[in-house]
Design a protein around this ligand. Structure first.
Ligand SMILES: C[S@@+](CC[C@H](N)C(=O)[O-])C[C@H]1O[C@@H](n2cnc3c(N)ncnc32)[C@H](O)[C@@H]1O
Length: 274
């Protein structure tokens, strides 16, 4: 950052008023550009950052850092797309239960008695394989079952399936799902989770992977790309690092389609039946 630019911004900051906040943001952006050039700031003034209720809840669930605030917010927003989709919800990889809490909260808001299924070893990550890079060790991110039970204690419809993925999946093989969150960081349990849940996802249902776009989780991305290479659905890669797929809804063909705009061709017009 040039000295002149820095001084100009500092003057705007000390002057106060509304512009001061924007000047601080610009200053932070320029400073970051020096320290970490590949980071890109998003546009100033995103309103999700003004959602103080959500921030307070997030802080309660994740007191140690704010780095997954955008992902947690995205998860809740994506669940809106499944509001009228039938089926339960599930999370593979729950750690202390933050995302599961948000999923259960949405389920409760809907009031349809959807069950939320929790799958985790409760002993941390399994052994990383050849596709998983060097970021993880087995046992990382371990939180006991009791911690998650406490986090989710206010919700009625929760079922726990402790064990190594995919051992306990058989317990829900007859269920259908509206929303599935996969967050196990590694190739094999991600592939096992997608392979099991995708066929059980209702039309319009969403499968969200928390790890898809992270350098630290190459195996998770590989698992999704391999699995969805041959399907109609493609993975939507979000700048938050998440990737999601929405199960296609087979659109019924109307026998007498109304053209866009609602206008029907007048009798005898070119192309209309005589
Ligand atoms: C990144 S944490 C999950 C974070 C959680 N979704 C949240 O929002 O707070 C990864 C979780 O995956 C679990 N896990 C990883 N590999 C597993 C496997 N093979 N079987 C079962 N659980 C596994 C770990 O125990 C850990 O709780």
């Amino acid at each position: 950052m040039k000295l002149f630019t820095a001084l100009k911004l500092l003057t705007r900051i000390v002057r106060g008023g509304e512009d001061s906040d924007y000047a601080r943001y610009l200053f932070a952006e320029k400073l970051t550009h020096v320290l970490h050039p590949q980071t890109r700031f998003s546009e100033y003034g995103r309103s999700f950052l003004d959602d103080h209720d959500f921030q307070a809840l997030y802080h309660k669930l994740e007191p140690a850092n704010t780095r997954s605030l955008d992902r947690k917010f995205t998860l809740v927003e994506l669940m809106k797309l499944t509001a009228s989709v039938a089926g339960d919800t599930a999370e593979c990889g729950v750690f202390r239960g933050a995302s599961s809490y948000l999923i259960c909260r949405e389920n409760r808001r809907r009031g349809q008695g959807q069950v939320h299924h929790v799958f985790d070893s409760f002993e941390g990550l399994s052994v990383p394989g050849q596709h998983d890079g060097a970021s993880w060790e087995s046992g990382n991110m371990s939180a006991g079952l009791e911690v998650v039970r406490r986090t989710l204690s206010e919700f009625e419809h929760v079922e726990y399936h402790p064990g190594w993925i995919p051992k306990r999946f058989a317990e829900v093989e007859q269920r259908r799902f509206a929303f599935v969150h996969i967050d196990v960081d590694l190739y094999q349990p991600t592939l096992d989770s997608v392979t099991f849940f995708y066929p059980r996802l209702s039309p319009g249902g969403i499968l969200l992977c928390d790890d898809y776009g992270f350098r630290s989780c190459p195996g998770a991305r590989r698992a999704l790309d391999e699995f969805f290479a041959e399907t109609e659905e493609k993975v939507v890669h979000l700048p938050t690092g998440q990737g999601f797929v929405q199960k296609a809804v087979a659109a019924p063909l109307s026998p007498d389609p109304t053209p866009v705009g609602g206008l029907r061709p007048s009798p005898g017009a070119a192309g209309s039946p005589a």
